[in-house]
Design a protein around this ligand. Structure first.
Ligand SMILES: NC(=O)c1ccc[n+]([C@@H]2O[C@H](COP(=O)([O-])OP(=O)(O)OC[C@H]3O[C@@H](n4cnc5c(N)ncnc54)[C@H](OP(=O)(O)O)[C@@H]3O)[C@@H](O)[C@H]2O)c1
Length: 253
């Protein structure tokens, strides 16, 4: 029987690449995001390329009721989620605490912290009932260190790390694995979102550097979720070779 993986934020970047790799490796997938058209396109590709069985749920992770009603609409066989990848997330803006947009802060906190909690609140009880499961929370290098102008995003990812540690301990008696994967710079739509559609500025983030690709992170996720039953990789920091810290990036002129 195929394992079921639920990926939040499957419409782009790391989530989409992970959907491809898991489909290629025989997983059935629950794919979520707000952009339904992209979900449908992804399903079409995955089902024709890999004969993957997909179920699409279009919801906004910041809306607790939407999250709950979408997830609870699943039939019992789809509720048997083996792997939950809490990936949906974003940075919005790059501003100091005294000048940042409050609306940007709300979006980051609501998506990266509350969204992860809302989804987990629905899915974890199903895993507990079955006494099995694996939860991967996508953190960031920003969850390990803070950088100026990114205080709120860093704060949300530090929160992801803290919540993950607590979940891992809470779920010990149920044999459920919990861990974080923390990427450095990955070439996705992340910077386009952060800079609110200023694509030139987004492109500059990766200027003179070979960043990680979404496929690099997907491969790591596949590795982590295919370890033997007694092995839990609790935390993994993955950096581009040219990146030493959030602020130290060696760029070719
Ligand atoms: N790229 C990097 O450099 C980097 C580095 C470290 C960590 N990360 C983390 O990696 C994760 C994935 O980001 P990415 O780089 O792949 O960026 P991305 O290409 O912009 O993808 C973000 C995904 O999150 C979903 N999402 C955002 N807000 C949502 C909401 N309110 N409700 C539901 N889904 C939502 C988006 O889907 P919809 O827009 O369709 O809803 C999209 O599928 C994030 O948690 C990010 O913080 C990224």
């Amino acid at each position: 029987m195929s394992k079921i993986a639920l990926i939040t934020g499957a419409t782009s970047g790391i989530g989409a690449a992970t959907a491809h790799l898991l489909a290629a490796n025989g997983f059935d997938l629950i794919l979520t995001g707000r952009r339904n058209k992209r979900l449908v396109e992804l399903e079409n590709v995955l089902s024709s390329k890999y004969k993957a069985k997909c179920l699409l749920l279009c919801f906004d992770v910041t809306k607790a009721e939407q999250v709950q009603s979408s997830l609870h609409s699943l039939t019992a066989n789809w509720k048997a989620v083996d792997v939950l990848i809490n990936n949906a997330g974003l940075a919005v803006g790059l501003e100091s605490v005294d000048s940042g947009e409050i609306e940007d802060w709300e979006r980051m906190i609501d998506t990266n912290i509350k969204g992860l909690l809302y989804v987990s609140r629905s899915v974890v009880p199903w895993m507990k009932e079955r006494k099995t499961g694996h939860i991967i929370n996508i953190s960031s290098l920003a969850g390990k260190e803070s950088y100026p102008m990114g205080g709120v995003y860093c704060g949300t990812k530090h929160a992801v790390e803290a919540i993950t540690q607590a979940m891992r301990i809470e779920l010990l008696p149920y044999g459920i694995k919990v861990g974080t994967i923390a990427p450095g710079m990955v070439d996705t739509e992340f910077s386009n979102v952060r800079f609110k559609g200023d694509n030139e500025r987004a492109k500059n983030v990766y200027k003179g550097v070979t960043p990680l690709s979404p496929a690099d992170i997907a491969e790591t996720i596949l590795f982590v979720i295919t370890r033997p039953a007694h092995v839990n990789i609790g935390d993994m920091l993955i950096l581009a070779t040219a990146q030493g810290s959030a602020r130290d990036v060696f760029r070719n002129p």
